[in-house]
Design a binder for this molecule. Structure first.
Ligand SMILES: Cc1ncc(COP(=O)(O)O)c(C=O)c1O
Length: 370
């Protein structure tokens, strides 16, 4: 992609970040000082969960549920809001299934920006608490009615948000995953987790992440992927996804956009024609994934596996019963993957690292499952 493909769509500082070839990026001090009010997020060993699974594996949980919005999204939200402010933007618009919008609203308020979040009607019905949470952080929220043509709820809201943004002055539409600008700040998760594990003399054998657009997976494993690529360590990077949107295991290589109308330039990555009808899967219903996730899956640096919503629900229930914490539905897929890996390595004392991408309680969703 060239800068011209993105200028006019994204603010210049975000275009620069997106296309940067630098190996490391400095996060502005304004943002790191905000991070330091809630980071490092805790890392704990889930011993009761291990016990219930009857495994010799050690399971360490990096808890991004302990950010101000209870999910990993503020890591990107603060940086993006800061860059928008620097570039003279007044209003940020976005799509969300509920979690990202809350973080963006909070971050925008910090930088005195207006936020307009577009949420699809199914997400709003399934997680009615999210609209209120976004509004509480000062955002305006627009509910987008579903149509039968588009099964990717994020793309549907993206279409509506982009159309709306065209009519505004000094406004930027920011998609909440997939792009490098969103993924890069998430690498703080693995930077911290590596240090925290080193502090207790551990290094993970397996890192588990859940994959929608790929930001959580790549952020939670970035530093370990670097070790693997440079042959410093042998490590499994394991992505979990919903069987209804198997973006890595069944995605096809091609050119895909985050919207359905070709507003945003296409990127070469994996995509799916649609999401299979079934239980609600929230942010795991993205039919486009970050190019890095697609490339790393293709070169077998990342493995991936599909799970059913029942497996995900059971995993969340067991985690709650043993560790006393509910997780958001996207994270429950990751826990299903942890159970799978801990079971397969039952007699080995492998170190498994998993990130709670959100600790927001989605129990109303679990009750709705058959
Ligand atoms: C809590 C949570 N975890 C994971 C995801 C997956 O998205 P991504 O792969 O972009 O991190 C989402 C997406 O909305 C989410 O809200």
């Amino acid at each position: 992609m060239n800068p011209e493909d993105l200028s006019g769509i994204l603010p210049p500082s975000i275009v620069e970040l997106e296309l940067s070839q630098q190996r490391e990026r400095k996060i502005p001090e304004q943002v790191t000082s905000i991070y330091s009010s809630f980071r490092p997020t805790p890392l704990f060993r889930a011993e009761k969960f291990e016990e219930a699974l009857g495994t010799n594996c050690e399971i360490y949980i990096k808890d991004e549920g302990k950010t101000p919005t209870g999910n990993h999204k503020p890591n990107s939200a603060y940086l993006l809001a800061c860059l928008c402010k620097k570039d003279g933007i007044d209003t940020i618009t976005t799509e969300t299934t509920g979690n990202w919008g809350i973080a963006l609203a909070l971050a925008s308020r910090e930088f005195d920006l207006e936020t307009i979040c577009f949420i699809d009607s199914e997400s709003h019905r399934k997680r009615p608490d999210r609209k209120k949470a976004m509004e509480n952080e000062g955002a305006k929220v627009i509910v987008v009615e579903q149509d039968n043509k588009c099964s990717d709820l994020l793309a549907l809201s993206a279409d509506a948000a982009i159309e709306y943004t065209k009519k505004l002055k000094n406004a930027a539409y920011i998609f909440g995953s997939v792009y490098g600008y969103f993924v890069i700040p998430q690498s703080i998760i693995s930077l911290e987790a590596k240090e925290q594990l080193e502090g207790i003399g551990k290094y993970p054998d397996i890192v588990v992440g859940s994959c929608g657009g790929g930001a959580n997976l790549l952020g939670a494993s970035a530093v370990f992927i670097d070790d693997k690529l440079n042959h410093r360590k042998q490590i499994e990077i394991f992505s979990t996804e919903s069987e209804l949107c198997p973006i890595l295991t069944k995605g096809k290589r091609g050119l895909y956009s985050i919207d359905t109308k070709g507003f945003f330039p296409s990127i070469e990555t994996y995509g799916l024609d649609g999401v299979v009808k079934g239980d609600y899967i929230g942010g795991l219903g993205s039919t486009i994934v970050a190019s890095a996730a697609a490339n790393l899956y293709e070169s077998r640096i990342i493995e991936a596996k599909r799970y059913t919503s029942q497996q995900a629900r059971k995993a969340a229930e067991l985690f709650h019963k043993t560790e006393g914490t509910w997780v958001a539905l996207e994270t429950s897929y990751l826990l299903a993957g942890v159970i799978d890996k801990a079971g397969k390595n039952r007699n080995d004392s492998k170190v498994i690292l998993a990130t709670i991408s959100s600790g927001i309680n989605d129990t109303q969703f679990y009750r709705g499952l058959k």
